[in-house]
Design a binder for this molecule. Structure first.
Ligand code: ATP
Ligand code: MG
Length: 250
């Protein structure tokens, strides 16, 4: 579902991604780990084209992100066209960034109503279903500041799902949460994975990676150092840099 082919990204002179090659199959849950500054967030942002690649190519669901192919030639898409491509991809960030002035339901129906032109009543019915799924059926009319961090993050997941994405990206979704709230968010992500969603998850939760992940990628200094079955990478890393990193976090 995702193919990254030699993805490079620089900010000015700083080369952050130095040639990432990755493939995520439909239904796969890929977890990405690595030290701070290794380029994990930048890579996720490249996947949904919040960042334009410096070189390389990225396909999501058969679409070459940022481009349209026409008569064998490539044309760069305009911002609004990229937004349409991106509507296939849900993203959940470390900080919940819900719209503070909208209720929970308001947050969830915003994109379907504005972008996909789904009728309000239909979008609201769907939102209530999604709230059920993330364990918050009674919070429809609450405002974000009335919710705990874990509840806000579950609303953020429901909001992303409302667009019926083919792919969900998570950037350290639990690392801003108090420890006792981490589990409820991971539970929702686990259910989503069991339901067959294709997911790329940047995380420090090694237990989640081991249990839910189909694959685990270790990134360092803008490159994929090693990848494989999570239990194998975690218990017998092949590279010294992976070993050094794991000895610090496990
Ligand atoms: P962390 O674990 O701390 O979240 P990360 O692996 O997600 O780290 P990135 O956020 O991708 O790392 O950042 C990689 C490098 O790119 C860092 O050196 C960062 O300062 C730099 N960087 C990221 N975004 C920008 C930007 N918009 N402009 C300039 N430099 C940037
Ligand atoms: Mg990051």
């Amino acid at each position: 579902l995702v193919v990254a082919d030699n993805v490079h990204k620089s900010f000015g002179r700083l080369e952050v991604l130095k040639g990432i090659d990755l493939q995520v199959r439909r239904g796969e849950v890929m977890c990405i780990i690595g030290p701070s500054g290794s380029g994990k967030s930048t890579f996720l942002r490249c996947v949904n084209h919040l960042e334009k690649l410096s070189a390389g190519r990225l396909w999501v669901n058969g679409e070459l992100m940022g481009y349209r192919q026409k008569r064998g030639r490539l044309y760069e898409l305009r911002d609004n066209e990229i937004a349409a491509q991106r509507s296939d991809i849900g993203m959940v960030f470390q900080r919940f960034n819900l719209f503070p002035h909208l209720s929970v339901v308001g947050n969830i129906i915003e994109a379907p109503v504005q972008v996909k032109k789904v009728p309000r009543a239909e979008a609201t019915a769907k939102a209530l279903e999604l709230l059920e799924r993330v364990g918050l059926p009674d919070k429809a009319d609450a405002y974000p500041d009335q919710l705990s961090g874990g509840q806000q993050q579950r609303v953020a997941i429901a909001r992303a799902l409302a667009m019926e994405p083919a792919l969900m990206l998570f950037d350290e979704p639990t690392s801003a949460l108090d420890p006792e709230l981490v589990g409820e968010v991971l539970d929702v992500m686990r259910d989503l994975a069991r339901g067959g969603m294709t997911m790329v998850v940047v995380t420090h939760e090694m237990g989640f990676a081991r249990e839910v992940g189909d694959s685990l990628v270790f990134m360092d200094d803008g490159l994929v150092v090693e990848s494989g079955v999570p239990s194998e990478v975690l218990s017998s890393p092949r590279h010294e840099r992976t070993r050094a990193f794991l000895s610090k976090v496990l």
